[in-house]
Design a binder for this molecule. Structure first.
Ligand SMILES: Nc1ncnc2c1ncn2[C@@H]1O[C@H](COP(=O)(O)OP(=O)(O)OP(=O)(O)O)[C@@H](O)[C@H]1O
Ligand SMILES: [Mg+2]
Length: 258
């Protein structure tokens, strides 16, 4: 009864104010206790998952990004796709909400007790390649294979470094995607189009094999729109250097692509 102990004054003030019957007091205290315990449980799951921040669908401004199919995204948020072991691939321009959507889906997974991990693509590759150096590769690979839902965020962002004795990023990613394929859901965001993944991951043929597997079960979304980051910058009156050398030309920062 930790919550009750910590909030005793509050609960007594409520009981004095509302004057509920004994059974109503008991119900209220137990409900508060259960609610607090479940919040703690979710917070622990979020922390273990590697999710860097809480993003929610409630905080998502759907009107700002009208090309997003809200019904489709909320259907994903129901997490039935995890049950079906389907994958998700979201591509699109920078700042259009790709990571926000997958982070919000990840939070829902934590709330529903679905095993979930979040990782940025470059960090995943670095982790697996570190395993080659100290013989922990297989253990690490198994760790990434395990969650029912794995979010690999930001494919295309960050430099994929490769030492001569390391496989290409494509090989490393293939090893993981191939093992997860049809066994567990993988959700990916990318700010580069799929046709450019081969160049980014360093091997066009292996990348084709990755995309072939994803194509089989992946729910696809491509977000075309303006950057929410630049929207926030504009709202703060920050229309200086970032927007000034925009390709839309000097005449209208509002009319350009951001
Ligand atoms: N429609 C939206 N409503 C509210 N916040 C949004 C919306 N779109 C994006 N954001 C916010 O803007 C910021 C950038 O969004 P996000 O990280 O999802 O972009 P991204 O598409 O993943 O971009 P990148 O390709 O650069 O990683 C985040 O703080 C996110 O919460
Ligand atoms: Mg992102």
């Amino acid at each position: 009864m930790t919550y009750t102990q910590d909030h005793l004054d509050e609960l007594l003030a409520w009981a004095t104010r509302e004057r509920p019957g004994y059974s109503a007091i008991l119900e209220h205290v137990l409900a508060s206790e259960v609610g607090a315990k479940s919040e703690d449980r979710v917070a622990r799951r979020v922390q273990k998952s590697g999710l860097p921040e809480y993003k929610t669908f409630e905080a998502f401004d759907w009107d700002f990004q009208p090309t997003i199919d809200k019904g489709f995204v909320l259907e994903l948020a129901g997490l039935d796709f995890v049950e079906r072991r389907d994958d998700i691939v979201i591509t699109g321009d920078s700042g259009t909400g790709k990571s926000h959507i997958l982070k919000a889906i990840g939070l829902r997974a934590c709330q529903q007790g679905i095993s979930f991990r979040y990782v940025r693509c470059v960090d995943l590759l670095q982790d697996l390649h570190a395993g080659l150096a100290d013989d922990s590769y297989l253990r690490r690979l198994k760790g990434w294979m395990r969650p029912q839902l794995l979010v690999i965020d930001d494919v295309g962002l960050g430099h994929v470094r490769k030492r001569d004795d390391e496989p290409t990023a494509a090989h490393t990613l293939f090893n993981l995607i191939d093992r997860r394929h049809a066994n567990a859901s993988t959700a990916i965001t990318s700010n580069i189009q799929l046709r450019d993944w081969g160049r980014y991951l360093g091997d066009a043929t292996i990348t084709m094999a990755i995309l072939d597997r994803l194509a089989m079960h992946a729910l696809r979304m491509n977000i075309k729109g303006s950057s929410y980051r630049q929207h926030v910058a504009r709202e703060r009156g920050n229309v200086g250097p970032f927007l000034a050398d925009d390709t839309s030309g000097p005449e209208s920062p509002e009319g350009g692509e951001d």
